[in-house]
Ligand binder design. Structure first.
Ligand code: GLV
Length: 320
């Protein structure tokens, strides 16, 4: 009997049919966007693998019900939607898609930085609303060149952001669980800093770390107060890295100058208070939303499943 794979979201049927040709695939019918948790829970016991989206909860209840489950392949680099500790205890492998997401996510981090600091979105909005006042000393932004970019989380995406920022003449500081080797520090011209020092000295702070118990609210009211008053915060990682209420206060009070956000504490929505703030650039979690990346992520996530059953290379994040 072919192993049974449950795919929670209706995209790239052609990719899955090709890559998972030796598997029995179940996915939402054409015209239906996604399976919900409630759709999946009653039937999950008949599947050997799940290909899940980053916002689909794979929790204790689901794992307990999934008696045959051997692998969860997450369509994302982040896997905070999965109870990895419990999956490991159940002997279920958890895999992710690190490679395809790196460059597009870094593009959005850089795009947010440029839009915010050079007021691209702001000026565009004012022009369209016929509210822009032209003039040599109006609409002044902030130059990127010569400014310090403090990157929190210097993994693949953090490094890709650093490469782009270097091209704009920025100086790179970073904080990471593990310090980079000397060769990498030299390559990125990156200076390692303790978190407090990085927060206090950076002109831009970019969050590029996964969401874990250690990074939850890593930017809170206290850290925002330590930032320079003319500094900018960029978040393309996960919303809960930032205490959003504290950020809104900081943006209102001029504690920091602006924020560029791709992710929100409220998940797939943005609170009205953020929408009302002029010193923000907000996008709807589009870090990996390119035609190319979406397809590559589908191929990568499906290949993780094929390789898991065939003994090939899997981007597995838990070890037994
Ligand atoms: C997207 O958010 C990802 O984690 O890849």
């Amino acid at each position: 009997m072919k192993p049974r794979v449950l795919i929670t979201y209706n995209i790239y049927r052609d990719v899955y049919k090709e890559v998972l040709k030796d598997f029995d695939i179940t996915m939402p019918a054409e015209g239906m966007e996604t399976f919900t948790y409630e759709d999946v829970l009653p039937v999950v016991d008949s599947f050997d693998a799940i290909l899940s989206m980053w916002n689909f909860p794979i929790d204790k209840q689901l794992l307990d019900a999934a008696k045959r489950l051997k692998i969860v392949s997450n369509y994302a680099v982040g896997y905070d939607n999965i109870d990895v500790v419990y999956a490991t205890r159940c002997g279920v492998a958890v895999a992710n898609t690190p490679d395809p997401v790196t460059e597009p996510t870094a593009d959005i981090a850089m795009g947010l930085m440029l839009s915010l600091m050079r007021r691209i979105v702001d000026c565009d909005n004012m022009l369209r609303a016929k509210k822009l006042k032209w003039g040599i000393m109006n609409n002044l932004g902030t130059s990127l060149s010569g400014k310090q970019l403090g990157i929190i989380g210097m993994g693949r995406i953090g490094k890709a952001v650093a490469r782009r920022a270097l091209a704009c003449g920025m100086n790179i500081a970073y904080h990471n669980r593990n310090r980079l080797g000397a060769t990498d520090e030299k390559l990125y011209g990156a200076k390692y800093m303790a978190l407090d020092e990085l927060i206090a000295t950076s002109d831009v702070v970019s969050l590029n770390a996964p969401l874990t118990s250690e990074t939850y609210h890593i930017i809170d009211a206290e850290r925002l107060a330590q930032m320079k008053r003319d500094a900018f915060l960029i978040n393309t990682a996960r919303g809960p890295l930032v205490d959003e209420k504290a950020l809104i206060e900081a943006l209102k009070n001029g504690t920091i100058k602006g924020a560029g956000l791709d992710v929100f504490e409220t998940g797939d929505s943005v609170c009205d208070e953020l929408l009302a703030l002029p010193n923000t650039v907000l996008v709807p979690h589009i870090g990996t939303q390119t035609v190319e990346a979406r397809r590559e992520m589908a191929e990568f996530a499906a290949t993780n499943i094929v390789n898991f059953f065939n003994g090939g290379k899997v981007a597995q994040v838990n070890k037994f």
